[in-house]
Design a protein around this ligand. Sequence first.
Ligand SMILES: Cc1cc2nc3c(=O)[nH]c(=O)nc-3n(C[C@H](O)[C@H](O)[C@H](O)COP(=O)(O)O)c2cc1C
Length: 341
Amino acid sequence: MGVKQQIKAIVPQRVWKLLQRNKANIKLASYYSGQRKRFLNNCAGQWNDERFEQLRGTMVYYIHRIEKGLSHKHFRSGFGRSAFIELKAMMERWRELGYPVDDVTYHAAQNVVRAYVHKHRAIGKQIPQFVSEWFADEVASADKACGNEGNAGVKIVRASDKLDNKTKNYATLFAQRTSVREYAGTPVNMQAVHDAIALSMKTPSVCNRQAYRILLVQNPKLIEHALKLQGGWRGYDMPPLLALISVDVRSFVSVEERNEPYIDGGLFTMAFLTALEYESLASCPLNTMMRKQQEHDIRNLLGIPDYEVLIAFVAIGNFPESIESPISFRYKPEIITRELR
Ligand SMILES: Cc1cc2nc3c(=O)[nH]c(=O)nc-3n(C[C@H](O)[C@H](O)[C@H](O)COP(=O)(O)O)c2cc1C
């Protein structure tokens, strides 16, 4: 018998469990400390914003904010001053640091300004002075072809293109899925949602734990309250259905598995989004990256137990006849792929 087993055999079970808990606590503190350092040293916080990847990430964040504003059904001309302040600062820093101006992200930043100009011109609205002043080159070249033309702005999504989703092959279905934040005013077919959940059960999970949980909220008051707390749904009408994906940590056995709920929950979320698309339902994943009080309030509102971690909300509805949606450009696979031979 090993020493560990000998000690286990001698000490009372209650004491043994306490020792194991303390050991796990110390290990967790050390793991989280490492995670904290990695994030602090490398994330795109303002203290790291001179570096290429961080600058690129932040630039995409502001490009996307502007794209969302451009896609609104209830379009607010002249919107976005605070996002443009940041975008301008990012682009200037990019140039000062000598980063390539033929980079796809830099092009997207230019193109989102051009899309903004286009949209205002198309509806006969004046381009706000802050855009004309800060982005004179992009305003002047708004009608010209440019690198990565059209990789930022909005695209049209049509319900008629989604009718035969069940006959599409995987590549087509996956490529055509996009986040939709405005829905037709018709009720959602709940059977189709349950079918999508059934399909998503094929999601792989660590040692087949299948600890993901999904809450379907149809009550309009609860949806409104939850999305107000969530904070990432400003300016849109409420979706007819809101799902919350969580993962039950009670299925995880060791402290080394501490991040797995997020992996399994993320995989389930992607499977569910694709399954909704297959069912010809429009959807948009929504973050659960909340401050303490926000999370506390959401848990209370929706009755989410403490042993579940929150993964993502998913707004769900029927595709409207035609709607604009952010382009949300994608990098070329070469940018994210590394190979060791
Ligand atoms: C985990 C996660 C959280 C997200 N949170 C939000 C959100 O709070 N609000 C929002 O409008 N979109 C949100 N999105 C949608 C992204 O903006 C969108 O997926 C991204 O721009 C790519 O576009 P696509 O889904 O149309 O391909 C989220 C997406 C993911 C995966």
